[in-house]
Structure formats: structure tokens, C-alpha cells
Design a protein around this ligand. Structure first.
Ligand code: FE2
Ligand code: FE2
Length: 305
């Protein structure tokens, strides 16, 4: 049995606090305002530290589906790197970028995400990787019965927009990767920041959805089973996506630092067990206790598409 633990949307803040002078006339001010007011949710470092401490227990691999930093500041990257390096001393970690990690065109040009996190993205089949500004994707790790595949959907956008894009080149490479014998004989576990399935109105999808979700689902259509894991929405959701050969479990993790009364939102992590024969057990979520205490499991019932 191979156990994968899933966290997302760490939104690590600069330990020195936000430098407001650098935010003025900058897209980052909208991101910070969003963090403080729009979502009405509180980020607590204590929650994040507790989640990162607990997530490795009993697991074989941890995946992080983006928004690791909050405003792509170098100081945030350094703080996030420290947390993930500490985690990686206990367990193998794979990450994908979120829109907050590639916040501005300058962040992309600096290849800041790749500079800090490429050690978590060493592919076993590097010949399939496209050289994207956020790094080399798709990246695949062949581990026991699982093929863990990291995709990048993070691109900088104007203020108030956070739509994701995989791009034709990456989707084509991904489809070819899925056909590789080493991947085909395993259960695919696909990581992407933006939601691959999104039933919200078109206007909302245009604001912060995944532009090429449909071509991605087309590439997934030949699979008979697998997991597609994402973040971005800051809420735990699970759906069963039918394919022509079977179905996939599409599951999101909430923000790993969030303090919120709802169990669907509050800080925590998901766990997925894959048997040696490749079958996937029902995902389980572990949510941080109400009074800041122990984690407790909650069931995540799927809805079907
Ligand atoms: Fe986020
Ligand atoms: Fe996001």
C-alpha cells in the first residue's frame, strides 16, 4: 500500500511582514487585500506548522498543489523553502506552482519558483518535460503503484484575475506521458493547482478557473482510474469524473493555514491510499481541531459528473 498526503495553498507570508511601500501601485496590493478582506478567512502560522508536522505521519509521499507563497516575495519563498526542506527531511515531497507563486511577470522571468523548488520536481521521465517559464513540466515520479505527475497551470494575470493555463504543448506532452508503459502500469496521481472540473458560472470560471480544463479532461479520458488533485478554491471538494474507460477521483485540499468554522475549509490535509494492485481507497480528510487541538477525520462524499 502506498499512502499519499495532500496539502495545498500554504500562502506562506513574509516573516518580516509585508512591506507596504513595495505593494503600492503593484498587483500585489490586490493580492494582499484579497487575503485580508475578500475571503473573510484567517491564516494562522500555528495551523500551518501543525499541518506540516502531522501530514507526514504514516504517509509515503506528500504533494503540495500550489499557492505555497502569498505574493511571490523572495522573503516568502525563503520562508516556504525552509518549511518544505524540513518536511522533506522526513518524507519525499512533490510540489506544483499556484497563481500566487507566479504573481507577476517579473517572478516568472526570474524563474523564482524553479529556483527554490526544482529539487522537489526531479522527473523520472525528463524527456517528456516542456521547458516552461515556471519550470520543467510535466514531471513524473514513479513510486510503487503510483505515477505522480506534476503539471503547471500558474501564469501571471492582471489584478482581480487568477485564471490558470496549461498550454497546448504541456497538455500534448502530458498525453504522451500517460501512454508510457511505466506510467500505464501504475495508478496516475495528477497534480494541478487550478480545478480541472468546475461547475460554476462561466464568468467565475473566466475570472479564476482553468482556461484549458476541457483539453485536460480530454487527455484524461483514456484513463480507467486515477486521482486528480488540486487546490486554489480553498475548500475541500470531491467528485467522480467519468471517462470512457472508467472514472477518476478529482479531489481538492483546502488552505493549509486557514482558521475557519467550516470543516470543508479549515486547515488540514487529505490522505489517499493506493493498494499494490493500483486500486484507490476512499480519500480521507484530517481537519485541525476546533480549539487548535488534535486533527480529526471527516468524510468527503463525492458528487458525480
Ligand atoms: Fe490559494
Ligand atoms: Fe490559487
Amino acid at each position: 500500500m502506498f499512502r499519499i498526503a495532500h496539502v495545498s495553498d500554504l500562502h506562506v507570508l513574509s516573516p518580516a511582514g509585508t512591506e507596504w511601500r513595495r505593494l503600492v501601485f503593484n498587483k500585489r496590493i490586490t493580492g494582499h487585500a484579497n487575503l485580508l478582506w475578500q475571503r473573510g478567512r484567517v491564516y494562522r502560522r500555528g495551523h500551518l506548522v501543525a499541518v506540516l508536522e502531522e501530514v507526514a505521519v504514516g504517509a509515503d509521499h506528500v504533494v503540495v498543489t500550489g499557492d505555497i507563497t502569498n505574493l511571490s516575495l523572495e522573503s516568502e519563498y525563503e520562508a516556504a523553502r525552509e518549511l518544505l526542506d524540513d518536511l522533506a527531511r522526513r518524507i519525499e515531497v512533490t510540489v506544483v506552482p499556484g497563481n500566487h507563486d507566479i504573481y507577476l511577470p517579473a517572478t516568472l522571468r526570474d524563474r523564482r519558483f524553479w529556483h527554490h523548488f526544482s529539487s522537489f520536481l526531479r522527473s523520472d521521465l525528463p524527456q517528456f518535460a516542456c521547458n516552461l517559464p515556471a519550470g520543467r513540466y510535466p514531471c513524473v515520479k514513479l513510486r510503487g503503484p503510483a505515477a505522480i505527475i506534476a503539471l503547471s497551470s500558474a501564469v501571471p494575470r492582471p489584478p482581480f484575475f487568477s485564471v490558470g493555463l496549461l498550454g497546448g504543448e504541456q497538455i500534448h506532452a502530458f498525453a504522451q506521458l500517460l501512454a508510457h508503459p511505466e506510467v500505464k502500469q501504475r495508478t496516475p496521481v495528477i497534480l494541478v493547482h487550478h480545478p480541472p472540473v468546475d461547475t460554476r458560472p462561466a464568468l467565475l470560471r473566466l475570472r479564476d478557473g482553468l482556461v484549458d480544463a476541457a483539453p485536460l479532461r480530454e487527455a484524461l479520458d483514456g484513463l480507467s482510474r486515477g486521482l486528480v488533485l488540486y487546490g486554489h478554491t480553498h475548500v475541500r471538494v470531491r467528485c467522480r469524473m467519468k471517462t470512457r474507460n472508467g472514472s477518476l477521483d478529482v479531489v481538492s485540499a483546502s488552505g493549509a493555514a486557514l482558521d475557519h468554522p467550516s470543516h470543508a475549509v479549515r486547515a488540514g490535509f487529505n490522505r489517499y491510499d493506493i493498494s499494490d494492485d493500483g486500486s484507490i481507497a476512499d480519500p480521507c480528510c484530517w481537519v485541525f481541531g476546533d480549539g487548535g487541538g488534535a486533527f480529526r477525520p471527516i468524510e468527503l462524499r463525492p458528487y458525480c459528473l
